[in-house]
Write a protein that binds this ligand. Structure first.
Ligand code: SGN
Ligand code: CA
Length: 506
C-alpha cells in the first residue's frame, strides 16, 4: 500500500526523509500521442518535441495510456477525483463540476502540500483545493487571454502558452513555501482548436510537407452508423476560415475572425497577417477540389497544430530548466500528459470522442531522478483514472477506498506487479446532436481486443487490434470471433459492476 511505498522511498532516497516529493503536472489540451516524438509515429522526425522527450528519456514513457471518456471536462474531472464520470458527475462538457467532492489536490493540501493551478480548467465552477489558482474562462483565448482568479478577472498581454508558464514560474520563484512540498498543475490551452500559433512559431514548418496517415481517405465502409455520421472530418467539418486561417475579405466580419483578431494588438496582428499571406494566396489561386482540397487542408491543419505544440514544448523546456537551475528537479516528479489524444487526419478526422485508438489514448511521460530509472518504458494499460492515486502514493498519503484507479508508482519504479488490470472501461456520453455528432457509446479494451456498444443505435463493434490496428473492419458478426465477443461482453459486464455503473445508465 501507499504507506509501504512511502517507507521504501524514504529508505532508498534520503531526500524524502526531509521533504516529501514535489509533484508537477503539465497537462495540455488535445495533444495527440502521435505528435510527441518520444512516441515515434509518422510526425516524429518532421516535428520533434525535444523537451517532452527529455522527460521520457530521463524517466518513463507509458506506451499504453488511456482515458475513460475522451472529452475535455470529463477527463479533467477523472484526474482530480480518481472516479469514473458516472460517480464524479461530470459526464460531458455541459456539466458543472461539483467542487465539494474529494479530490487529490484537497487531500494533498490537507496533508501539508502547497497546491497551485494555472491555465485551462474548463469545469465551470471555481477550483477548490488550491492555495493559488488562475484559470482561463472556459476554453480561453490564445492571444492576450483573460484569467479568472479568486480576486476577479484580468486580461494578460501575450501568448497563452507562454503566459501560463510565466505564471507557474513566478509562483515557483516568489510564492512557493520552502517548508512545504508543492503540487503544481500547469494546464495549457494549446493545442486545442482553432490552433492559433504563437508569435515565435508563425513560420515554423512553413516548408515542411507532413506525411499523411494511411486512413486519411477512409470511407467508413467497414464500420457502423456512428463512424459514418460523425461531424469531424477534415473534408466537411473543418472550416477554411476559422480553422485554417484561409481568410477571404468576406470573412472579416464573421464572429471567429473578430474574436481572434479583435484580441490581438497591432504588432501581433501584423505579424499574423504577414505569416498567413502566402497560404491565403495559394488557396485563392489553386481552386482545389475533392481529395486535393483535403490534402491541402490537412497540411494547413498539421502546420498550425504542430506550431502550437512547438510552443508547448518550448515552455516545458523553460520549466525543466528552472527546476534544474534551482536544484528542485531532484525532488520533483514531473509529469506531462494531455486531457486526451486527437485525430491528426486518421480516418479523415480531427477531434476526439470515439473509443477508437487515436482518442482513447493519451500521452503520459514522467521523470523522477533517482526513483524512476531513465529510459523506462511501461506497457501495462494505465488510465487517467489512475492519476489521483498515483499522486497520493508519491506523497505517501493513503488513497480513499472509493477511488477507482491504481497507483502507477510501482510500475514507474520498474516493478512488474503480479496483478494489474487486463481491461479498461470507457463511456462517452456527449452524444448525437451535440458538437461533432458522435453517438454515445461504452466499451472495453483488452491488450488485443476492443468491444464497443453504441447503445442509442443498438450497434456493437468489435476489433482485433493485432490484425486490424487501424480499426477498419468491425468484426462483431465474424463467426471466427464469436468466443472473443462473448468473453468481452462478459468482461464489460464485470467492469460495469466493479465500477458501480448504475443499472439504468444505458
Ligand atoms: C469547441 C470546438 C470543438 C471541440 C469542443 C470540445 N469547436 O466546441 O471542436 O470538440 O470545443 O473541446 S471550436 O470551433 O470552438 O473550436 S474540449 O477540448 O473542450 O472538449
Ligand atoms: Ca481536450
Amino acid at each position: 500500500g501507499a504507506a509501504a511505498v512511502a517507507t521504501t522511498l524514504a529508505a532508498t532516497h534520503p531526500a524524502h526523509a526531509q521533504q516529501r516529493p514535489n509533484i508537477l503536472w503539465i497537462y495540455s489540451d488535445d495533444h495527440a500521442q502521435n505528435a510527441i516524438s518520444a512516441y515515434g509515429g509518422r510526425l516524429a522526425s518532421a516535428a520533434p518535441t525535444p523537451n517532452i522527450d527529455r522527460i521520457a528519456r530521463e524517466g518513463v514513457l507509458f506506451r499504453n495510456s488511456f482515458v475513460t471518456n475522451a472529452i475535455c471536462g470529463p477527463c479533467r474531472a477523472v484526474v482530480l477525483t480518481g472516479l469514473h464520470s458516472h460517480l464524479n458527475g461530470f459526464r460531458d462538457n455541459s456539466c458543472r463540476f461539483d467542487g465539494s467532492q474529494e479530490t487529490f489536490p484537497k487531500l494533498l493540501r490537507q496533508n501539508g502540500y502547497q497546491t497551485a493551478l494555472f491555465g485551462k480548467w474548463h469545469l465551470v465552477t471555481d477550483p477548490t483545493g488550491f492555495d493559488t489558482w488562475a484559470v482561463l474562462p472556459g476554453q480561453g483565448d490564445y492571444y492576450n487571454p483573460d484569467f479568472i482568479t479568486p480576486a476577479g478577472r484580468e486580461r494578460v498581454e501575450g501568448y497563452v502558452t507562454d503566459i501560463i508558464t510565466d505564471k507557474a514560474l513566478h509562483w515557483l520563484h516568489h510564492d512557493r513555501d520552502g517548508d512545504k512540498p508543492f503540487m503544481l498543475m500547469v494546464q495549457h490551452k494549446a493545442p486545442h482548436r482553432e490552433w492559433l500559433p504563437g508569435p515565435k512559431h508563425l513560420a515554423t514548418y512553413e516548408e515542411v510537407i507532413f506525411p499523411e496517415p494511411e486512413t486519411l481517405f477512409d470511407d467508413y465502409a467497414g464500420r457502423g452508423t456512428a463512424a459514418r455520421e460523425q461531424d469531424m472530418t477534415i473534408a466537411k467539418t473543418m472550416r477554411p476560415g476559422p480553422d485554417l486561417k484561409l481568410w477571404g475579405e468576406e470573412d472579416r466580419d464573421t464572429p471567429p475572425y473578430k474574436n481572434f483578431f479583435g484580441r490581438m494588438n497591432d504588432e501581433q496582428r501584423t505579424a499574423w497577417e504577414a505569416a498567413y499571406q502566402a497560404r491565403n494566396e495559394t488557396f485563392r489561386t489553386a481552386n482545389l477540389q475533392g481529395d486535393d482540397l483535403v490534402r491541402f487542408k490537412y497540411q494547413c491543419y498539421m502546420k498550425d497544430y504542430l506550431r502550437c505544440i512547438a510552443s508547448v514544448d518550448d515552455n516545458v523546456g523553460r520549466v525543466l530548466d528552472y527546476l534544474e537551475k534551482t536544484g528542485l528537479d531532484k525532488n520533483t516528479v514531473v509529469f506531462y500528459s494531455s486531457d486526451q489524444s486527437f485525430y491528426l487526419g486518421e480516418h479523415g478526422w480531427f477531434d476526439k470522442r470515439f473509443i477508437y485508438e487515436e482518442s482513447l489514448r493519451t500521452p503520459l511521460v514522467a521523470r523522477w531522478p533517482g526513483v524512476i530509472p531513465p529510459g523506462t518504458e511501461i506497457t501495462p494499460m494505465v488510465q487517467n483514472l489512475d492519476c489521483a492515486q498515483t499522486f497520493l502514493d508519491i506523497a505517501g498519503i493513503p488513497a480513499p477506498d472509493r477511488m477507482q484507479g491504481l497507483s502507477m508508482l510501482p510500475l514507474m519504479q520498474g516493478a512488474q506487479p503480479e496483478t494489474w488490470r487486463t481491461s479498461i472501461y470507457y463511456h462517452y456520453y456527449e452524444g448525437e446532436g451535440k458538437v461533432h455528432n458522435v453517438y454515445k457509446h461504452y466499451g472495453v479494451r483488452t491488450e488485443r481486443y476492443k468491444l464497443a456498444f453504441f447503445y442509442t443505435l443498438n450497434e456493437w463493434e468489435f476489433y482485433d487490434l493485432e490484425k486490424d490496428p487501424h480499426e477498419m473492419k468491425n468484426a462483431y458478426d465474424d463467426p471466427d470471433y464469436a468466443d472473443q465477443v462473448r468473453e468481452l461482453k462478459a468482461e464489460l459486464a464485470r467492469l460495469r459492476e466493479r465500477y458501480k455503473v448504475p443499472e439504468d445508465e444505458a
